[in-house]
Write a protein that binds this ligand. Structure first.
Ligand SMILES: *Cc1c(COP(=O)(O)O)cnc(C)c1O
Length: 352
């Protein structure tokens, strides 16, 4: 009766909740507030279900090649997976097996710690400075690998490409993973560096800027050697991670640059409006380059605001973690959602 002794015990990642209420305003998981490209909708309408009896292409070649062309890379430099979460999980398994601690910031995407624990990878979390900026000296010390998001989550802060490059160049003995889930909202990306640094892996996703969180598409770009190692791990795990329909939709989405630029443009302009409005309501925040704001109010505690918003059907994210428990992460929605958010806050803050 001691089978539990043989069980791998893990503390899982907690995703934001997916409530379904009529009329709710969902600003808690950084999804795109707009529907995906019409071209994706067309693929879905015209997809021939009889193709589903066949396995998909194990290399998801249609999408891999489209991504390579889009970013001016060779096919051998691109890897696709079921959301960037899968790409990152496989990357941890492939690249962080050296025994020295892997480095990531104390305030960052909390999945990194979960994967490190799941795989038994030692890790260290250098503290961001007071303004939540990365201290690059911390990443120029001995390590078994490095991972950080840029823009960072949940702060939204963007580190310059120079800082990123210094970290990559200063660590020729480690793989450096830059998680660019939000890079499309600031226009700063390390994608252009992958040809020059064999140890750099840049990971992006279709979940935030391409409105396809429900389809699950992520990808990585790196040197052919790095991608080969990543494929070796993937093909030791599951050959057919990405299904036929998803591969076709991802390719169609990538072909619609007009939709993409327009959608990102709208989100960025709503973000800038939200910054001005929340500032005038007494909120302060790091200057976000992502599709969310990380805000703190001058007098009302985050926890109280979180509950009040929730009761009003407005879902945002609160992290009960040291240093950030007085902040709320609010996704950028449509202009109308932003208006309803500020209208509610305006009324609520007047009362409290
Ligand atoms: C959302 C997010 C991801 C995961 O996105 P997928 O939906 O799995 O592609 C990865 N990293 C960060 C920092 C994120 O915010």
């Amino acid at each position: 009766m001691n089978w539990e002794a043989n069980v791998r015990k893990v503390v899982p990642y907690t995703p934001g909740e997916q409530p379904f209420l009529r009329d709710m305003i969902k600003l808690n998981t950084n999804e795109c507030p707009y529907p995906p490209s019409e071209r994706v909708q067309r693929v879905l309408r015209e997809f021939d279900a009889s193709d589903l009896r066949l396995y998909p292409d194990p290399g998801a070649l249609g999408l891999t090649e489209a991504l390579a062309a889009h970013f001016g890379l060779k096919r051998e430099q691109v890897f696709v997976g079921v959301g960037s979460d899968e790409v990152l999980a496989l990357s941890f398994l492939a690249f962080f097996s050296g025994g020295k601690p892997v480095l990531f910031p104390d305030i960052t995407y909390s999945f990194y710690e979960v994967w490190a624990q799941l795989y038994g990878i030692p890790y260290r979390c250098p503290a961001l400075d007071e303004g939540f900026r990365l201290k690059k000296e911390d990443y120029l010390t001995e390590n078994g690998g490095i991972v950080f998001p840029n823009p960072n989550a949940p702060t939204g802060l963007v580190e310059s490409l120079e800082t990123v490059e210094e970290i990559v160049a200063g660590n020729p003995d480690s793989v450096v993973i830059v998680d660019e889930a939000y890079a499309d909202f600031c226009g700063i990306s390390a994608m252009g560096l992958v040809d020059r640094y064999e140890n750099l892996l840049v990971v992006q996703t279709f979940s935030k800027s391409r409105a396809l969180a429900g389809l699950r598409i992520g990808f990585a770009a790196g040197s052919p050697k790095l991608i080969r190692y990543l494929n070796d791990v993937k093909f030791s795990f599951n050959s057919y991670t990405m299904n036929r329909l998803t591969i076709a939709c991802g390719k169609a989405c990538l072909e619609d640059e007009d939709w993409f630029l327009k959608t990102v443009g709208k989100i960025v302009s709503t973000r800038e409006r939200m910054k001005a409005e929340l500032k005038s309501l007494g909120f302060s925040f790091p200057d976000s380059g992502a599709n969310f704001l990380f805000v703190r109010h001058e007098s009302v505690p985050a926890r109280q605001l979180f509950s009040a918003l929730r009761e009003a059907g407005i879902f945002v994210r609160h992290f009960d973690r040291p240093r950030i428990d007085d902040y709320l992460r609010i996704s950028v929605g449509t202009d109308e959602e932003a208006d309803r958010l500020t209208a509610f806050l305006n009324g609520y803050l007047k009362k409290s």
